[in-house]
Ligand binder design. Sequence first.
Ligand code: HEM
Length: 132
Amino acid sequence: MIDAYYDAIKTVHVTCVALSGSLFASRALWVLLSKRALWRWLRVLPHLIDTLLLASGLTLAFLIHQYPFLNSDWLTAKVIGLIVYIALGVAVFRGRQTGTRAVTGLMALIVFAYIVSVAFSKQPAGFLAPYL
Ligand code: HEM
């Protein structure tokens, strides 16, 4: 019973991951290349998806009794990574200089890839492991 529940939430989580990453990349490319504002729904939708991403992630964590900042280094790394990813995203969409926005956009994508690598390896170092 719990397993079916866990699998369903994990599917929601991974779907949010795919939507969050692909929407972020397309929105960033759009504002940087077209220099035009985003449609209103494209400014609201990512907040809903990121909230669901965090809520589903935290629910999974509670179900397996692993708690960020308490007993799970890889989940702590994911939460910190998520905060950095969101902050870089704000810099991309609120920033003024195109160069800075492009660099922060690229950094956000690298941080996103790092979080995915932490998720698969269940190690806080993620894809940085060979260099540490
Ligand atoms: C941008 C942020 C995030 C990304 C890109 C992400 C990515 C992923 C991916 C790809 C998986 C599937 C891994 C697999 O199939 O082995 C996963 C699973 C999971 N994530 Fe996230 N995640 C994010 C945020 C979070 C947060 C904030 C938490 C909780 C604090 C969290 C907790 C979990 C848990 C507990 C699993 C299930 C692990 C398992 O059962 O194998 N995630 N995440």
